[in-house]
Ligand binder design. Structure first.
Ligand code: CMC
Length: 428
């Protein structure tokens, strides 16, 4: 028997067969269901897209119940152990792991594009001395469209690929300049002898030394964190990237919008909230009282719970291991003890167990970033650098997908019925 769904409209008694393909029905197939000649047809109502697939995607697979995350079919655990951020970015963007020759030329190409135009630097210098680095980051990405006007030729493959390389290569430079701006230190030029994350650390932290030597453990830890943050299918910022990009605007303008979505505390800002929470708790002895307050509905256990993962977030497991390696170099973050105790208690408590609330990616990442001397304002920027690869891969997949059109949801109108205009003198 064919895969169909039979719907009976109890308003009319009519029956409809709707095809089911890949476990979904097309909502446009419901438009034929009408209660009468005036009815435009049935729609679905799905605020926050809780149960609506907006695209077909071959990039990232998540099984939230089993705690599985795969990029192009490769488990995140294997990539975190064996791959590098640049190789993973190549995989996400091109669908396959690069050959040795491809990796060499991709690394060279992305390294060549790390410098910023002097006018971009001037633009960044114009921000207030205490500007939030994420505000500087997203504004500068948007301004790139004025520096590279050929980026609007989104269907010209060589031009498109050039913007992609530029974005991957330049976001760490923008991020580092935004950080140096907020500290009042001079901007550091990129050093192309270093690895992607080694160079990023150089642009952030080099002071008077002539050659910056990144600590290999911290360099690798940052690379692993970047791999973990590359993509996460149709999350808020990625949906923003696709939604804005569906108007066929250039990728810089679309990505400025995606970065803005990431700036919000419910998305890229959660690890900052975790640190605030740990500071507020202050001591392991106060953990049981804090858990009690959360269970009474007085606030949330930040860094716990996820819309998709209903088991341990696989990224959190890797981050916990990475934290141990980082703390060997930097010394333990004093807040770690509180975090471990929170996790220990929450994982045994029926409130959290029954709601399937487990640590997510943000529970330990803030502790690592803080130990590496990043201010909390840099946390969303650190998320945006690797997510750039995911955003662009999803954007490119969308513009090349013949089924996609300009993004345009429907609504249920709840306002006034038609009424006539009243001149101001006659309004009571
Ligand atoms: N602490 C305590 N209770 C919680 C928490 C939490 N962190 N998260 C969910 N709950 C409870 C919630 O009160 C509700 O209980 P009840 O059924 O009794 O009303 C139940 O669990 C379901 O919660 P929900 O709000 O319907 O779940 P959601 O899928 O809409 O929210 C979430 C997902 C991530 C926004 C939420 O779990 C949360 O606010 N967590 C804390 C913030 C956080 O860590 N965010 C980072 C997310 S991962 C990074 C990213 O992907 O961007």
């Amino acid at each position: 028997m064919a895969d169909t769904l039979t719907i009976t409209d109890n308003r009319t008694g009519k029956q409809y067969d709707v095809p089911v393909e890949d476990g979904v029905i097309r909502t446009t197939d419901l438009r034929q269901i009408k209660s009468g000649p005036e009815d435009p047809g049935l729609m679905t109502y799905d605020p926050a897209f809780m149960n609506t697939a907006s695209c077909r995607s071959a990039i990232t697979f998540i099984d939230g119940d089993k705690g599985i995350l795969e990029y192009r079919g490769y488990p995140i655990e294997q990539l975190a152990e064996h791959s590098s951020y640049l190789e993973t970015a190549y995989l996400i963007l091109n669908g396959e792991l690069p050959t040795e020759a491809q990796l060499t030329s991709w690394t060279a190409e992305t390294t060549q594009h790390t410098m910023l135009h002097e006018y971009v630097k001037k633009l960044m210098e114009g921000f207030r001395y205490d500007a939030h680095p994420m505000g500087v980051f997203l504004s500068t990405v948007g301004a790139f469209s004025t520096f590279y006007p050929e980026a609007k030729n989104i269907f010209d493959e060589p031009a498109r690929k050039k913007q992609i390389r530029r974005l991957i290569a330049k976001v760490p430079t923008i991020a580092a300049y935004a950080f140096r701006h907020s500290t009042g230190w001079p901007y550091n030029q990129p050093d192309n002898d270093l690895s992607f994350t080694g160079n990023f650390l150089n642009m952030l932290f080099r002071m008077t030394e002539l050659k910056y030597k990144p600590d290999p453990v911290l360099e690798r830890a940052l690379d692993v964190l970047f791999i973990l943050h590359v993509d996460h299918e149709q999350n808020c910022s990625t949906s923003a990237m696709r939604g804005i990009g569906s108007s066929h605007v250039d990728p810089y303008s679309a990505m400025a919008g995606a970065a803005a979505a990431l700036y919000g505390p419910l998305h890229g800002g959660a690890n900052e909230a975790v640190l605030r929470m740990l500071n507020e708790i202050g001591h392991v002895d106060k953990v049981p009282a804090f858990i009690k307050r959360v269970k009474a509905g007085e606030g949330r256990l930040m860094g716990f719970g996820h819309r998709i993962y209903k088991s341990y977030d696989p990224r959190a497991k890797i981050i916990k291991r990475t934290a141990d390696e980082v703390f060997e170099v930097t010394g333990k973050n004093p807040l770690l003890e509180i975090a471990l105790e929170l996790e220990r208690i929450a994982l045994q408590d029926d409130y959290f167990v029954s709601r399937k609330l487990y640590p997510n990616v943000d529970f330990y990442s803030g502790l690592i970033y803080q130990a590496m001397k990043f201010p909390v304002t840099m946390f969303p920027v650190l998320f945006a650098i690797p997510r750039t690869a995911g955003w662009i891969a999803q954007w490119e997949e969308m513009i090349l997908d013949s089924e996609q059109k300009i993004s345009r949801p429907r609504q249920i109108y709840t306002g006034s019925a038609r009424r006539d205009y009243v001149p101001v003198a006659k309004r009571s």
